[in-house]
Design a protein around this ligand. Structure first.
Ligand SMILES: *[C@@H]1O[C@H](CO)[C@@H](O)[C@H](O)[C@H]1NC(C)=O
Ligand SMILES: *[C@@H]1O[C@H](CO)[C@@H](O)[C@H](O)[C@H]1NC(C)=O
Ligand SMILES: *[C@@H]1O[C@H](CO)[C@@H](O)[C@H](O)[C@H]1NC(C)=O
Ligand SMILES: *[C@@H]1O[C@H](CO)[C@@H](O)[C@H](O)[C@H]1NC(C)=O
Ligand SMILES: *[C@@H]1O[C@H](CO)[C@@H](O)[C@H](O)[C@H]1NC(C)=O
Ligand SMILES: *[C@@H]1O[C@H](CO)[C@@H](O)[C@H](O)[C@H]1NC(C)=O
Length: 449
């Protein structure tokens, strides 16, 4: 049974721990690793004694039942200004002596390999069965391929290889890492298709393959990941339709499939993802309508991005009944017909972008709603939209700028439009809720990291 010593070592003066020896072969291995990372630091002179008690930041140990200390955590590079982990030299390498740290649970390299290219060494895949967290972040000079050997890291819970220079396919052996709860391979140059074997990672909560060069279809096997909360496959070159089976991901909070080459219709089955907060499907090549019936269940939806997605038909009025919707982007499609007045009832909405469609007819919003939205209501590029004749003058840059007055009596008599006198708006006696959480789509994603 290992006992965490970190807090004690950090607060005590160390004398009390003289009894606790560090395994000497581990000490040697730790010096090797430090020297490979930054050989210009005289590690052995700076830290001559027990590295576990008097070592550099980023190296942490646990104590075993025989009072022997073991290295369990090694972090390199500054993640935040406040931590003082060993910094990597421009010619830093990864020492094979890492293999001599059999108790290592957590290994992190942040912003470490950024100048001289190095291949991800095979020693990484041989780090043994105690490794639980392996993190390489922002190492643009770290190249090479993921090896099928990674299956040997059988206790791995977090595999985060984000914003490096890794290439080649995702090996199907990844499906053997059945303890994984986070798999993040975003921001590399990975190619090939997403292996079906990912469907075996039953504990996975986060799957992020964003910003690679992945091709082929989205495997239906992903729908077996019943604990999945965040699925981000955006900015790849994925093709084919969204598998309807994805609807069974009822724990999902974020679905981002934007910036791919997906085709077909938006499946009705997405309506069963009843925990989902963000659906981002923009910049794809879908066909068909924005489905109308699926929104009723999605009461947690905060952001919906369907811009530049090849969609046609009318804007479904049911979108206006999403109680927490904050962000709606339907821009740059072929949507036709009138704007449903229900959108003007969205209490928490921050931004609505309907620009560059074929929408027409009387703007069905109150002047108060338009003025509250300000520059976050975007209607440009819809030639047929117009305003009632009693519409007040709003400042430049508002959605109404450039819209003609409807000259057809038809609109005035058929659609309820509720203009308020400008004085009312400027006096600030608004009864529309101002409590909207101001949160653009780009920030919403961060909530999950
Ligand atoms: C190596 O470590 C030394 C001492 O901590 C530091 O001054 C130096 O900046 C490091 N090298 C690099 C390239 O960061
Ligand atoms: C790495 O670079 C440092 C200077 O930045 C130099 O002193 C050292 O010899 C280099 N090590 C190797 C192995 O090239
Ligand atoms: C999407 O697919 C079309 C047709 O197969 C192809 O011409 C286009 O280059 C693809 N676009 C991307 C971004 O992959
Ligand atoms: C709403 O969710 C339930 C399961 O939670 C599902 O059976 C039903 O089909 C969903 N309705 C729609 C319209 O998707
Ligand atoms: C979209 O799909 C159509 C066929 O459905 C194809 O002709 C077109 O090239 C695709 N466009 C892009 C940008 O992929
Ligand atoms: C609204 O949509 C258009 C077309 O997709 C886009 O160019 C514009 O940047 C969007 N506006 C905002 C504020 O997001």
């Amino acid at each position: 049974m290992l006992i965490v010593l970190l807090a004690l070592a950090a607060t005590a003066d160390g004398q009390a721990f003289d009894d606790y020896e560090m395994a000497s072969d581990e000490a040697e291995a730790a010096y090797d690793v430090l020297e490979a990372i930054n050989g210009s630091v005289p590690w052995r002179t700076l830290h001559p004694d027990n590295l576990c008690l008097f070592g550099p930041h980023g190296l942490n140990c646990d104590i075993d039942e025989n009072n022997v200390l073991h290295v369990v955590e090694f972090n390199f590079g500054w993640v935040a200004e406040s931590d003082n982990n060993a910094q990597c030299n421009r010619n830093a390498t990864i020492s094979a002596s890492l293999m001599k740290l059999p108790y290592l649970k957590k290994l992190l390299f942040y912003n470490c390999f950024t100048e001289e290219q190095i291949e991800i060494p095979s020693v990484i895949w041989s780090l043994g069965a105690s490794l639980q967290h392996l993190v390489f972040m922002r190492n643009s000079a770290l190249v090479g391929q993921l090896s099928g050997e990674l299956a040997k890291l059988s206790q791995l819970e977090r595999l985060v290889l984000m914003d490096n220079g890794l290439e080649g396919p995702i090996p199907p052996e990844i499906g053997r890492l059945t303890k994984l709860s986070q798999l993040v391979l975003s921001g590399n140059k990975l190619t090939g298709s997403i292996p079906d074997a990912i469907g075996s990672l039953q504990l996975l909560k986060l799957l992020d393959l964003n910003a690679n060069r992945l091709q082929g279809g989205i495997p239906a096997a992903i729908s077996q990941l019943s604990k999945l909360e965040k699925l981000d496959l955006s900015s790849n070159a994925l093709t084919n339709g969204i598998p309807s089976q994805l609807g069974s991901l009822t724990s999902l909070q974020l679905l981002d499939l934007s910036h791919n080459n997906l085709t077909g219709c938006i499946p009705e089955s997405l309506g069963s993802m009843n925990q989902v907060r963000i659906i981002q499907l923009s910049s794809n090549n879908f066909s068909g309508d924005v489905p109308n019936s699926i929104w009723l269940n999605l009461t947690h939806l905060v952001g919906l991005g369907l811009s530049n997605a090849g969609l046609e038909g009318m804007i479904p009025p049911s979108l206006g009944e999403l109680p927490h919707l904050n962000y709606l982007d339907l821009s740059n499609n072929k949507l036709a017909g009138t704007i449903p007045f229900t959108l003007g009832h969205l209490l928490h909405v921050y931004q609505i972008n309907l620009s560059h469609n074929d929408l027409f007819g009387l703007l069905p919003f109150s002047a108060e709603f338009v003025s509250k939205m300000g520059r976050n209501l975007l209607l440009r590029g819809n030639r047929g939209l117009c305003l009632g004749s009693d519409w007040p003058l709003l400042p430049k840059g508002f959605a109404t700028e450039g819209l003609a007055t409807c000259n057809n009596e038809y609109w005035a008599s058929n659609i309820v439009q509720q203009p308020f006198p400008l004085t009312h708006i400027l006096s600030g006696s608004s009864h529309v809720s101002q409590s909207a959480i101001v949160m653009p789509m780009s920030l919403i994603g961060l909530v999950f990291l």
